[in-house]
Design a protein around this ligand. Structure first.
Ligand SMILES: [Zn+2]
Length: 334
């Protein structure tokens, strides 16, 4: 077996290495993506996991740190590549994207990036070059960030195997939805999961946490849930020994992004609950003007469940993402 080199991290079989993927030079130094490579002592697939694609989503970062500490290279079959903090420039500002890049704010809409593009496009390019050369399976860990909260949900990609991988994330992960759409119902493009799918590689986007669960104990708990799901998936892939746990029953859904038409002060309905089944047309939240009068009711677009919601009460602009809603298409067991 050979060592595995990702950027400057070179891990021999049965060993771990740290390093960076170089992505250019910024105002105050190099632009780099920190990586941890755990090269198993035995043959197997290369699983690639990243956190903080969006710099205000720390759950994935902490989960990657846990995995980097807990996965024993001597017992591992295959390789685990961790990018705990993918978008450092954004994270420095607790922001979704790099505030200095005024054109390409969302890293997860511009893959595979451009070698001669703007800063975030160059970051995407450098990262994707390494990922596409080595990753057999991609997991991207996300949350609701500084504006919202996402309950447990897994987005699979267009590769059929991704649905089976989503089912292997373990107990509690019982909602699996189709690849993300834009608000006008077009499949989202330029996402890491879409470009991986175009190369025939399964990829999952896994969401948990955000603003209303950002107090340190809850953040750590959510990171633990994410890390445990990754470990269960690694046992499923036979990368790690041990028993695979399964939820046994899953809801399959389709995501809808519900936007507000009016800005204002946002309050969920008193009966609102994440993952609570509701009928189409149920009021989920209301937008109030500055005197407290209701100017808009935000309603469920279909029969289904709210999987994510703005939890920051200030809605500055019309057309912001207010509710991530899963239309439930059916249930499967196994
Ligand atoms: Zn995200």
């Amino acid at each position: 077996m050979q060592s595995l080199r990702i950027g400057s991290a070179d891990a021999a079989p049965g060993a771990k290495a740290r390093g960076v993927i170089a992505a250019g030079r910024g105002f105050d130094g190099p632009v780099e993506v920190p990586v941890v490579v755990v090269r198993g002592a035995h043959e197997g697939p290369t699983l690639w996991i990243d956190g903080a694609t969006h710099g205000d989503e720390p759950e994935g970062t902490v989960a990657c740190w846990m995995l980097g500490q807990e996965v024993d290279a001597e017992r591992l079959s295959g390789s685990l590549v961790l990018a705990p903090l993918l978008n450092v420039a954004a994270a420095k500002h607790s922001a979704r994207g790099d505030p200095l890049d005024r054109v390409n704010h969302d890293l997860n809409r511009i893959y595979p990036g451009k070698p001669n593009g703007r800063g975030t496009e160059r970051l995407a390019w450098a990262y994707h070059e390494q990922l596409s050369a080595h990753a057999d399976i991609v997991l991207s860990l996300h949350s609701g960030g500084t504006v919202g909260y996402m309950s447990r949900v897994i987005y699979h990609n267009d590769v059929p195997a991704s649905l089976d991988l989503a089912k292997a994330f373990g107990p509690g992960w019982d909602l699996i939805v189709e690849p993300a759409y834009s608000p006008d119902r077009r499949p989202a493009t330029g996402t890491i999961e879409a470009v991986a799918g175009a190369r025939g590689k399964p990829a999952l986007v896994i969401e948990l946490g955000g603003l209303c669960e950002s107090a340190p104990p809850r953040l750590r708990e959510n990171a633990r849930h994410l890390a445990d799901g990754c470990l269960n998936l690694m046992r499923h892939l036979k990368m790690l020994p041990g028993r695979v746990e399964r939820n046994g029953r899953w809801k399959l859904g389709r995501e809808w992004l519900v936007q507000n038409n009016a800005g204002g002060f946002w309050l969920p309905d008193p009966a609102f609950g994440f993952r609570k089944p509701v009928a189409a047309g149920t009021v989920l939240a209301r937008i109030h003007d500055l005197y407290g009068d209701v100017v808009e009711e935000v309603k469920a677009p279909h029969d289904g469940e709210t999987i994510g919601m703005r939890t920051n009460p200030y809605v500055g602009l019309p057309g912001e993402y207010c509710v991530y809603f899963a239309e439930i298409l059916g249930e499967v067991t196994a």
